[in-house]
Structures are given as C-alpha cells and as structure tokens.
Ligand binder design. Structure first.
Ligand code: C2E
Ligand code: CA
Ligand code: CA
Length: 511
C-alpha cells in the first residue's frame, strides 16, 4: 500500500515540527528554571536583607543603651561626667564615642572632654539617626550617630562605620547590600553617598527597621539570574537537552506515522498523480472500437503504478473520490477532446462514479464542462455506478439524474448481477446500460447456472430496452457466445487491456 510516501514540499514543514517538538521542552524547561532561579535569588536577597537588618539593630541596641545611661547626666559639668562617657565607650562594643548635649550644644565628648559644637536635630533622620561621612577626627569615614534627647538635654552616641560596612560586605558576599538612613546611604566599600538609592537590577528587597530609623536594601547585579543558572543548573540543562532530543525524535516518528491515507492521497491529488488509463469497448459485430472505459491509476513516485482497488476505498471513505474523479474527467476531456472531430458515431466514454458523487448536484457541472470539450454529439458520456453500492433515491438524486439525462448523459449499472437492484430501481433512475460482471462472462462454457443467470440478464435488458456491455471478455469462445446472444458491446483483454493515454490515442488513430 503506497500510503506512506511523503512529498518533498512537506519536508520543510516536517523539519519545522520536529524542531518545535525538540525545542519546546528545552524552551519551556528553561523558562521554568529561569523562574526558579529568580525565586531563589529573591529569597536569598530577602534573607540577606533580613540578616543585615538584624545585625544593624543589634549594634544600634548597644549604641542606644549607652545613650540611655548617659542621658540623665546631661546638664552636669563635663568634668563630672566625662569618665562616665568614656566608660560607655570602653564597655560597649561598637560604640566609638559618646557626647552630651545641652540646648542643642554638644558641650562634652568622650574623646575631647570639654567641647563646643552646635547640634542640628534636622540632620537626624526622624530626629534619631544620622549617617555622617566622617567627622573632624576621622574625615571620610562613615559614622552612624544615635541621638537621644529629653527636654534641654541630650546624648549622642556614635557607631563606627567600619562595623557597618563590614556587615554589608560579609553578609552580602554574593549580594549587593546598602544601608539607608534618611537621604544618606552606605555601600559595602564603606563610602557614604547622598541622594536616591541606586536600583538593584535583580531581586531588589528593601526592609525598614521597625525599631530604628534606617532601612536595608539587598539585590543582585544585572545578569545575575543567568549567571546563577549556569553555575547551579548544568545537570538540569543536560536533562532538558536530553528530553528535547527524545521529544524531537518522538515528534519525528509520530509525523511519519501520522501521514494518513487521506493526507497522502490529498498530496497525490495536488501533485497530479491520479491519471486515466483507457480500455477499449468494442462493437460486437464490427469489432470496431466504439468507446472506452476510463480507469484510474495512481502513478506513485515510489510505488509505481497502483491498482485502483487498493486506493479507491480510501478515496471514497475520505470523500476525495469526488475531486479525484473531477481531475480524471478533466484529463480525459483534454486528451480525447481534440480527437472528437474524427469520431464518426458517438464515442462511448465510461466514467466510474460512486455514491458520494450523488449527494449534491456538482456532478452535473462536471459533466457539462466535460462535454463542452468535445464536438457536440461526438461522444456519449456514460456514468457507471456499481450495483454493489446502490444509492438511495432522494430528492437530490432524482434531480441529479433528471438533469444528467437532460444533458444526454447516460447511466450504466456496473458489475450487474453481483448486487440486488430491482426492476423498480432500474426504472427510477432511468438506467441506460447494464454492464454484465466479468464473473458471469468467465463462466461461459463452464457453469450451467452462471450461464443461465447470464441469459436471464441479457433477456431482461432486451425487454427493458437497455444497452448491454459484457465485461472481462478474454476468449474468442466468450466473444462468440455473447455475439450470438446479441450482446453488442464487449470489453475485455481479448480486445485490449487498459492502457495509457498515448497508447490508446495511437491505437485509436490507426483504426
Ligand atoms: P470495474 O469498473 O469493474 O472495471 C473493470 C475492471 O476489470 C478493471 O480493473 C479492468 O482492468 C478489469 N478488466 C477489464 N477487462 C478484463 C479482462 O478481460 N479480464 C480481467 N481479469 N479483468 C479485466 P481495474 O482497472 O483494476 O479497476 C478495478 C476497479 O476499480 C474498477 O472495476 C472500478 O470499480 C474501480 N475503479 C477504477 N477506476 C475508477 C474510477 O475512476 N473511479 C471509481 N469510483 N472507481 C474506479
Ligand atoms: Ca466500471
Ligand atoms: Ca465491472
């Protein structure tokens, strides 16, 4: 069965589908892995920000506790309190210096003792925290100052920026971490910047401290997601590529399988692979070629010439038989039409049709176009309908056969004797010819019962005034018998096998 061959034109689309099957799992998998990587980075950034926040709060707790201890001392002379100031610096980790304020004037410092410097509460975020870029003692070094005030007094305790940038560097080893206090922010290199925080391109997370006036932002540089994937997912990528290859292979195999008979025939139809063969029908007395039956062949690119009984059932099943027959009629008209001026008597041209042709009136138009290709009156178009699958009489079929008859198209019941058409049926469709099935012809001289059926058919057709064609005439004895019984049209290997158009036209023109 030649229903698995494929056409070159479809190769590119098959390749496309195979590639799609292969790439789709890889692409989908990559998207999922990308999303997973983004999620992981998001979690990691959040975790880092959380951890940094916790560390900063711990440090500020120390600083705040020092300020709380010192605040009640504000207003006392510096001499009286400077030891207490220094004690806090010594005892508290992270505290770098302590200072007392009275009326917004820093008057005593753990470092210098007596001191004079104006304090501007507006420098402090929410009046509490100031991220400074150094002081006269250590310029350009980050300092975080904690301010606690009550009435006219106040305490300022400072946290060394070195500890802060250490946290930013160590906790966020693979993460970008920033500490923001008001409009100032600190980066991991220990530098204090003023202005809006730079955007962190991947997985930015900002957490505000609920206890102190600062926030922490964590994130990753651009391209981090892909970098993470290439670092972490190579085994998964290998798996994806493996699945892609398997899926591509499956897609390829399925496509090979899914080329259904009807797809294959559709392709063949478009490629013009269905061609007519012609078998002569002779006149019994004169042995003259009085017509032909058009028999379809599939000229398959790989399988060669395919017999109709191997593909006609599929064509009927898929409904493709209608356009296939139309193509056959067009080819026949183009081949025989030009010869029609030489036809002396109407030349019979038999075309096989099926029940699917009788579901609408399209066949009428096909026959009209067919007949238009011939000199008017030079041919007699005979539609052969097999008795094995007779059509139901409906309004459409009645109209169809009426219109066909009006155009001079004739109807033959093919394989007559093998089915069960009634006399009523023959009348209803105004049948013109009976084609005696070859099985009866083959029994001539051999089987008394078959010969009896044959004789009855011949008798019946004479009574109903139907033309009769005997098929499958292979021997001279069969020919003689049929002629003696007034069967006038004979068809069979004795007179000619179905042949290609060129041979048929050549033989016809020599007669
Ligand atoms: P069919 O319409 O009964 O056609 C006659 C079949 O008998 C042809 O077979 C022909 O080659 C064969 N035949 C003719 N003379 C002899 C003979 O002396 N001895 C023997 N043994 N066989 C002979 P083919 O061409 O293989 O076609 C087979 C069947 O396929 C046809 O039977 C017909 O039913 C169907 N078919 C062929 N072409 C078409 C078509 O265009 N449309 C439709 N619907 N069916 C077609
Ligand atoms: Ca036939
Ligand atoms: Ca037949």
């Amino acid at each position: 069965m030649p229903l698995t061959a494929r056409h070159r034109r479809k190769r590119s689309s098959r390749l496309f589908v195979t590639l799609l099957c292969g790439l789709l799992p890889v692409a989908l998998g990559s998207v999922i892995l990308y999303m997973q990587a983004e999620r992981t980075l998001q979690q990691s950034a959040q975790h880092t920000a959380d951890e940094a926040l916790r560390q900063f709060e711990l440090m500020l707790d120390n600083t705040a506790q020092a300020a709380q201890v010192l605040l009640p001392l504000a207003g006392q002379t510096c001499n009286d309190v400077k030891l207490a100031l220094r004690e806090q610096v010594t005892r508290r980790p992270f505290v770098r210096s302590t200072n007392l304020v009275w009326d917004n004037n820093l008057y005593c410092s753990s470092l210098f003792g007596d001191y004079q410097e104006a304090v501007n509460p507006g420098d402090y975020n929410q009046g509490k925290l100031w991220l400074m870029n150094g002081n006269p003692v250590t310029p350009n070094t980050a300092l975080l100052v904690y301010r606690l005030s009550e009435g006219r007094g106040g305490a300022l305790t400072t946290l060394d920026g070195y500890h802060l940038s250490n946290i930013l560097r160590l906790i966020g080893r693979h993460t970008l971490l920033l500490l923001q206090v008001g409009k100032n922010w600190l980066s991991a290199d220990g530098k204090v910047h003023t202005g809006p925080l730079p955007a962190l391109p991947v997985a930015q997370n900002t957490l505000d401290s609920s206890r102190y006036a600062f926030s922490v932002s964590a994130g990753f540089p651009k391209g981090e997601t892909w970098r993470y994937m290439t670092d972490e997912y190579p085994p998964l990528f290998s798996l994806l590529i493996f699945f892609g290859a398997v899926s591509g292979a499956i897609g390829h195999v399925l496509q090979k399988r899914s080329t259904s008979p009807s797809h294959e025939m559709q392709r063949a139809l478009e490629a013009g692979e269905f061609i007519p063969y012609f078998q002569p029908v002779v006149h019994g007395d004169s042995q003259q070629w009085s017509g032909t039956e058009v028999l379809m062949r599939w000229n398959h690119p790989k399988e060669g010439l395919v017999r109709p009984d191997l593909f006609i059932p599929f064509a009927e099943h898929s409904g493709l038989i209608v356009p296939m027959t139309r193509g056959l009629m067009q080819q026949t008209a183009a081949l025989l039409g030009p010869l029609s001026p030489t036809f002396t008597a109407p030349f019979h041209i038999g075309i096989n049709i099926t029940a699917s042709h009788c579901q609408d009136l399209e066949l009428v138009e096909d026959c009209r176009i067919f007949l238009d290709a011939f000199v008017p009156g030079s041919v007699s178009l005979v539609l052969e309908l097999t008795e094995r699958e007779l059509i139901e009489p409906t309004d459409i079929t009645r109209q169809l056969f009426e219109q066909l008859h009006a155009m001079g198209v004739k109807i033959a019941i093919d394989d007559f004797g093998t089915g069960h058409s009634s006399l009523g049926y023959l009348r209803q469709f105004n049948v013109d010819f009976l084609k005696i099935d070859q099985s009866f012809v083959a029994m001539i001289g051999a089987d008394a019962l078959s010969r009896h059926i044959l004789d009855s058919i011949i008798e019946l057709s004479a009574k109903l005034d139907l033309g009769i064609v005997a098929e499958g005439v292979e021997t001279q004895a069969q020919c003689d018998y049929l002629r003696a019984h007034h069967v006038n049209f004979l068809q069979g290997y004795l007179f000619g096998k179905p042949m290609p158009a060129a041979d048929f036209i050549n033989a016809l023109s020599h007669r």
